[in-house]
Write a protein that binds this ligand. Structure first.
Ligand code: NDP
Length: 389
């Protein structure tokens, strides 16, 4: 029987992970170590009882007593805060689904990697902020790194490890988000409630807004470098509005291999938690007769500067990707609070990246957190200036 812990079980990926587990036989197929959430205590308690988890953790210490009373009499242990997340990560589960949103996911996922768990990685920030350190931690622990992002899952599925020398390029597809055809002038007036509605995928708020600004794709470009050990010039992005081709790998003989499927995260989640097998999942099947067409178009880096920033971060190396991520995360929070406009997010990320050019590579977790905190501090100063103007 597989043993699994789900960090971020109450989020969009977490809920889909539990659904995949349930489709695969639930308690007959999986023994659940820890489940973690943050604010959604009712759902966390419900999930812990339904799966028979050993431990339920809220990242927010203020919710500890609420979770404790929701689970009293069930025999399920309860913990809270950063220490609770570490306890969850260190529990003896063979697979850890890393689905906490944002930088908060880094320390627990790193701890799970170090102890040798297979990491089903949804959280982007682990690779974006601490790419080399994270990949080294997985290698040292001896577990597998299994991508959950549909694009990286696709690349992972069609990457011929026996033909690594023949790998020429990876092509990451992007839906283009809800503003694919919008002018910059029109995008300037966008609010969070508009930006969060994605045409193809149902996702959490951060990633939905990131899809609209294409910052999500920027993070994926950086993830791809670390996951597949490719050079920046080998990473291409192509807009594919139907989100059917999830990504591709091009080889030196001119062949391009692609993975296709309905836009449903459960396929990539199932692949990661069952690897090297494949689960039998109740997701939509592609009907090629009905598909009729697949479109592709070059991304517009003037309207979506996040892609240009990712390429800059990849070329510059060092901690520029971590700086871009921290500044963007800070700007995203200000955007959803209506303190800055949609286009300001990229402007702030770029300004902080330029401002912190002298910051060298961060080689340990404390240095990474120091870079992250400084980038957030500088982004906050810019946001305050903008919102006061
Ligand atoms: P959600 O916002 O839906 O869920 C986030 C999860 O993290 C929830 O369990 C939430 O708890 C928890 N959480 C929030 N803040 C904290 C914190 N400070 N400390 C610890 N836990 C916290 O996000 P998604 O599921 O959409 O995304 C999760 C990760 O996966 C992200 O990094 C995203 O980029 C990535 N991803 C998502 C995809 C998708 O389709 N959704 C696709 C590919 C990657 P609670 O809800 O209880 O507050």
């Amino acid at each position: 029987m597989r043993t699994i812990s789900v960090l971020g079980s109450t989020g969009s990926i977490g809920v889909s992970t539990l659904d995949v587990m349930s489709q695969m036989g639930g308690r007959d197929a999986f023994q659940v170590g820890a489940l973690t959430g943050n604010g959604n205590i009712a759902l966390l308690a419900e999930q812990a009882i339904a799966t028979g988890a050993q431990l339920a953790v809220t990242a927010n210490e203020e919710h500890y007593s609420e979770l404790k009373s929701a689970l009293s009499g069930t025999g399920i242990s309860v913990a809270a805060g950063k220490a609770g997340l570490m306890e969850a990560a260190e529990m003896d589960a063979g697979i850890v689904m890393a689905a906490i949103v944002g930088t908060a996911g880094l320390a627990p996922t790193l701890a799970a990697a170090r102890r040798g768990a297979d990491i089903a990685l949804a959280n982007k920030e682990c690779l974006v902020t601490a790419g080399e350190l994270f990949v080294q931690a997985v290698a040292a622990g001896g577990g597998k790194l299994l991508p959950v992002d549909s694009e990286h899952s696709a690349i992972f599925q069609v990457l011929e490890t026996h033909n690594r020398d023949a790998l020429e390029r990876i092509v990451i597809t992007a839906s283009g988000g809800p503003f694919r055809t919008w002018s910059r002038e029109k995008m300037a007036g966008v609010t969070a409630s508009v930006a969060r509605v994605h045409p193809n995928w149902s996702m959490g708020l951060k990633i939905s807004v990131g899809s609209a600004s294409m910052f999500n794709k920027a993070l994926e470009m950086i993830e791809a470098k670390h996951l597949f050990d490719v050079r920046p010039e080998q990473i291409e992005v192509i807009v594919h509005p139907q989100s059917i081709v999830h990504s591709m790998v091009g080889y030196t003989d001119g062949s391009v291999l692609a993975q296709l499927g309905a836009p449903d995260m459960r396929t990539a989640i199932g692949h990661a938690i069952c690897y090297p097998g494949r689960p039998n999942l109740n997701v939509d099947r592609l009907d090629f007769a009905k598909l009729s067409r697949l479109d592709f178009e070059a991304p517009d880096e003037d309207r979506f500067p996040a892609l240009r920033l990712a390429r800059t971060a990849l070329t510059r190396g060092g901690c520029q990707a971590a700086i871009m991520n921290a500044a963007e995360e800070t700007a995203f929070e200000a955007f959803v609070e209506d303190r800055i406009g949609f286009l300001d997010m990229a402007e702030i990320a770029e300004a902080v990246m330029e401002d912190m050019l002298a910051w060298q590579d961060a080689t340990d977790i404390d240095a990474i957190f120091a870079v992250d905190a400084e980038a957030r501090r500088r982004a906050t100063a810019l946001i305050n200036r903008k919102s006061a103007a």
